[in-house]
Design a protein around this ligand. Structure first.
Ligand code: DAK
Length: 258
């Protein structure tokens, strides 16, 4: 399928989705988010894809929701269409691992989109922020909730109340991103990380996602029980037999997602 606001390709077992509205610093409008939702659903259906990379340009992952598209909308427009909900939840619906590769501006809805991915790798030029307060609104795609879980109340509150940007060092220090990479190496290193994930059992990757995400939703005791039951259930898979046999036979495992 052809997209106007995305560049989509599959390299080996990694699906790459690049946000592509360079004139608007990849601001998220309805067309882009609709296309993103389609692209993610297609990658979920595509058995060849085992890991997904979501990225932008060197200058901007995304500078937020498209302010020009939103500015004239009314409460009724927003509420009756449930603006952006279905589209952005495509990231949460996707059961395959999604890495956000962030360079440059990652603001407002852009930061919220990156936080919905499974983890964030960023370049040393990345800038994160929730500057919605400057527009007289609050974050609306989960920023107040997710940023707080990543960086804690104090820093999240400060970011949302002042609208200031956080650089890559601060983002790594406070747990928002997993690693910082030199800007020219961001995609190469991200693709290497994605390829490493794609070699694993796709079933086990799905189980990891479900277990880690459950930690946000439940008590420690219930989460640990959920994890243990997933662990037990993976003994019903061929990939568990293959992984453990390969270790004993001192060879690389060949996972088939079965
Ligand atoms: N929307 C639309 N256009 C944008 C944009 C944005 N968010 N950000 C940048 N652009 C456009 C600029 O207007 C400019 O277009 P032209 O004027 O050339 O036509 C072009 O991109 C280049 O931008 P600048 O000239 O401003 O570039 P600079 O390098 O000087 O500055 C900047 C870069 C990122 C600091 C600046 O562009 C900026 O402050 N951008 C806005 C950042 C921002 O406020 N982001 C938050 C947006 S609000 C919802 C829930 C949540 C949301 C929406 C809905 N629902 C539940 C319904 C989310 C809200 C947001 O994200």
């Amino acid at each position: 399928m052809g997209y106007e606001t995305l560049i989509v390709e599959v390299e080996d077992h990694v699906g790459v989705i690049q946000l592509n509205r360079p004139d608007a610093l990849n601001a998220l409008n309805q067309q882009l988010l609709g296309e993103l939702s389609d692209a993610l659903d297609a990658m979920q259906q595509n058995d060849k894809v085992r890991c997904i990379v979501l990225t932008g340009s060197e200058k901007a992952f995304a500078a937020g929701a498209d302010i020009k598209e939103m500015s004239d909308k009314s409460f009724v427009d927003m509420f009756s269409t449930d603006y952006f909900t279905h589209e952005t939840e495509s990231v949460l619906r996707c059961r395959k691992p999604i890495i956000a590769a962030v360079s440059g501006y990652c603001l407002g809805g852009g930061c919220e989109l990156a936080m919905m991915c499974d983890f964030i790798l960023c370049s040393d030029t990345a800038k994160f922020g929730q500057p919605e307060i400057n527009l007289g609104v609050v974050a609306g795609i989960g920023g107040t909730q997710r940023l707080t879980r990543f960086v804690g109340k104090s820093k999240s509150m400060e970011m949302h109340l002042t609208g200031r940007f956080m650089d890559a060092e601060e983002a790594e220090r406070s747990g928002l991103v997993s690693r910082i990479l030199p800007v020219k190496k961001l995609m190469e290193e991200t693709m290497a990380t994605a390829a490493k994930i794609a070699e694993k059992s796709a079933l086990t990757s799905m189980a990891v996602k479900e277990a880690v995400n459950r930690s946000y939703e439940t008590t420690l005791r219930e989460g640990v029980l959920f994890e243990r039951r997933l662990f037990h259930s993976l003994f019903a898979t061929e990939d568990q037999s293959e992984g453990m046999a390969a270790f004993t036979e001192k060879r690389a495992p060949k996972f088939r997602g079965k």
